[in-house]
Write a protein that binds this ligand. Sequence first.
Ligand code: 5AD
Ligand code: SF4
Length: 469
Amino acid sequence: MKENRYIAERELDRQKEIAKALYAELVDRDLTFFVETFGCQMNVRDSETIKGELIEIGYSEAESKDEADLILFNTCCVRDHAEKRLMGNIGALKDLKDRKPGLIVGICGCMMQQEGMAKKLLKRFPHVSLIFGTNVLYRLPEMLQSVLNGERVAVTDRAEDAIAEGLPQMRDNPRSAFVNIMYGCDNFCSYCIVPYVRGRERSRSPKDIRDEIVSLTGSGITEITLLGQNVNSYGNDGAAGMTFAELLRYVSDVPGLKRLRFMSSHPKDLNEDVMQAIAQLPNVCHHVHLPVQSGNDEILKHMNRRYTRERYLSIIRRLRELVPDIEFTTDIIVGFPGETEEAFRDTMSLIDEVGFAAAFTFAYSPRQGTVAAKREDQIPEPVKKRRLRELNELQARKTVENNEKYIGFNGEVLVEGCDDRGDETMLYGKYQNFKMVYFPGDPDLLNRYVTVRVLKTNKNSLMGEMIDA
Ligand code: 5AD
Ligand code: SF4
């Protein structure tokens, strides 16, 4: 019997019964869905569950929105522009709905968890009939049943910050998969809306995680990325009985698991045990996505990040000492309230000092309900834009510098895709430490491991040749 932080099995069974009944009713109607996903890997992962559920209900995936009988937007609300984009997207479906009255338009994901949002959308867009939040995916059969009966449904229940195991999945990447190890976030960084929309941190049980990985590798997947808002706090809720470092050890010996990745890490919780696990476990990849957000201690404090610049740099130094070929990527926010020119320079100098393989950079975007949004010392948009531009220029130079280290390097690449460039086909894929390389080759090698030597760099990318298939 599982504890009550899990959705009860009888409730999951009830949903399965509804799904079965819907399947019997719908399967001959050739209904299709189109799910459009915005935002981070967490949403990508949720969409795989939603698609799996829709298939169980009797739908299949459409090639495009125009053909679909059900269109669902899985939304993000981490920054402001996502909202504007969503409104545009939904507005644009009104004509389609007029032409095709049976069309179901739905919206789900983080944005639906924002106070008042569901109501606002239902009112503004009469052609939307299904809205649900991030914690009720397991109730999709029931919700869809109501919608098919002509009701408009909105379920964004915050009381349900629990874990639902065993939901159907549609994973279409045959080589690589995301596996949630935890949901939610307890960190309350002062700019961030995630803890409000995704709820409290809760860890899955180690056994459920391992079983899922075993089943994925059993189907031929060789690369797993463990997902959490802050994977380093795995088990802090006491429920898992294991720390993140222990979890890495516990899952790393799953047969067929060639590459074990994880994201995101939080510098306040990335400890020596985790660093040792990265160094010691042969299939844990030598890449850490370690969001720094700012290089200035005062700003870090106001962001409620709970580490200093020096602590951050000491993690980088220690990991480089233990794992010489390790690469780092990061997230950075410029224009956080109160960010002086001097504070911004600290971020610039940190970027210069660390030499990230890549950085995801953002202009601060006030999110209603967060602590930082209430501050009066907001930075004017043009200043944020200029800082972002300067930062991106610096990182672009650092990326080139980072790439240059790789000329002559060779190692194993997992082939992820191919680009037909007229006269020749270019394959691309990543080394274990996340560096991407392009090289000529046969598309048959897709999803396989090949050895590639780097010959030159083209600004953003490495160009190489295959030395062994
Ligand atoms: N404004 C700008 N960037 C943000 N992020 C999170 N919240 C905000 C915000 N309000 C960025 C952080 C985080 C990444 C996923 O998004 O850098 O690491
Ligand atoms: Fe947001 Fe901070 Fe949690 Fe990341 S760790 S999701 S930035 S509150």
